[in-house]
Design a protein around this ligand. Structure first.
Ligand code: ADP
Ligand code: MG
Length: 304
């Protein structure tokens, strides 16, 4: 199969939206966007055996490669519009390509995000996606806006993907690892209320520490309020907490809400987010409800 045919068959999609002047098929892509908007862009690479286990189904790889990028746009309060795909393949395997492009397209369609170009090369399996989205000028949600007194919130549940990576038998956690849900619906609400936001990719404490550093504040957590799925609730609680605090690949949103906006925010977000603490003036310190200090890589008590 020639590279040109491969691109034609799997990565040239029908019905491009009208905001694309030139997409797959020319030397470069030409995109339109309205005045009053800013372009928000992010790129993430997934390497087989590093970012996903070698035996991950192709459909899940397609989903996840786009999902992790959409999650970055959700964290910025941006609306996804387009993406490009740089694909490195060890061989041309039609079954794999079909599964991959199906997984990719299903998620792209769900969020009206269109594939507008890319590059295809031969080598060890690796997928880079650059996603592009729009925000109203000056309204991108940053890591740097958290203030003392703001409440700390998180979407969904924490630690599921980390358990999915270790346990072949937990189907729920395996699904959370392979098919993360980018929190774009929640982001559309959060963007109008939050003072700071980040997506959790490297572990909750690690990513919280990025907000604290960027905002020069500290955090006091209610560890008993950390949202855990049934799978984690049924585990040894010490291990569950370790995964929830430090496990990677959650792709939930972690954000801060000023106290005076909290009541209205809660009426709209309902049960899609959980309050897990409050920002304070300390110098990037993280403490729990008993005043114990937590390091950004994990809960001290778990280092035995
Ligand atoms: P060039 O040699 O000019 O870089 P390519 O052969 O790399 O051209 O790409 C030809 C066209 O196909 C371009 O429009 C490019 O954006 C698109 N393309 C290449 N690979 C992919 C891919 N994996 N997914 C989507 N579009 C792709
Ligand atoms: Mg090229």
């Amino acid at each position: 199969m020639h590279e040109f045919n491969l691109i034609q068959e799997y990565f040239t999609w029908d019905n491009p939206p009208s905001n694309i002047s030139v997409a797959v098929g020319d030397d470069a892509t030409v995109l339109d966007f309205p005045a009053g908007k800013q372009l928000v862009t992010s790129i993430d690479t997934l390497i087989s055996g590093v970012h996903f286990p070698d035996n991950t189904p192709a459909n899940a790889v397609g989903h996840k490669a786009l999902a992790v990028n959409l999650s970055d746009l959700a964290a910025m309060g941006a609306t996804p519009k387009w993406f490009t795909l740089a694909l490195t393949l060890p061989e041309i395997d039609r079954d794999w390509l079909k599964g991959f492009s199906d997984g990719l397209k299903a998620l792209a369609d769900q969020h009206h995000c269109f594939l507008v170009g890319g590059d295809t090369t031969r080598g060890p399996l690796s997928i880079s996606i650059q996603v592009m989205g729009l925000v109203d000028k000056g309204r991108a949600l940053l890591r740097s806006g958290a203030k003392a007194g703001d409440k700390i919130y998180v979407t969904g549940t924490l630690g599921d993907a980390a358990v999915g990576l270790q346990s072949e038998s937990d189907d729920f956690c395996k699904q959370r690892l392979n098919y993360p849900t980018p929190r774009l619906a929640e982001s559309r609400v959060i963007k109008d209320y939050a003072s700071a936001c980040i997506d959790i990719s490297d572990g909750f404490l690690q990513d919280l520490s990025h907000i604290l550093k960027a905002s020069t504040v500290g955090a006091n957590l209610k560890l008993f309020s950390l949202p855990l799925s049934t799978s984690l609730k049924e585990m040894d609680q010490k291990i569950a907490m370790k995964h929830a605090l430090s496990g990677g690949d959650d792709y939930e949103l972690l954000f801060t809400i000023p106290e005076k906006k909290e009541k209205e925010f809660l009426t709209i977000i309902a049960n899609k987010a959980t309050c897990i603490g409050v920002i304070n003036k300390s110098k990037e310190q993280i403490t729990d409800e008993s005043g114990n200090s937590l390091t950004s890589t994990g809960y001290n008590h778990f280092h035995d």
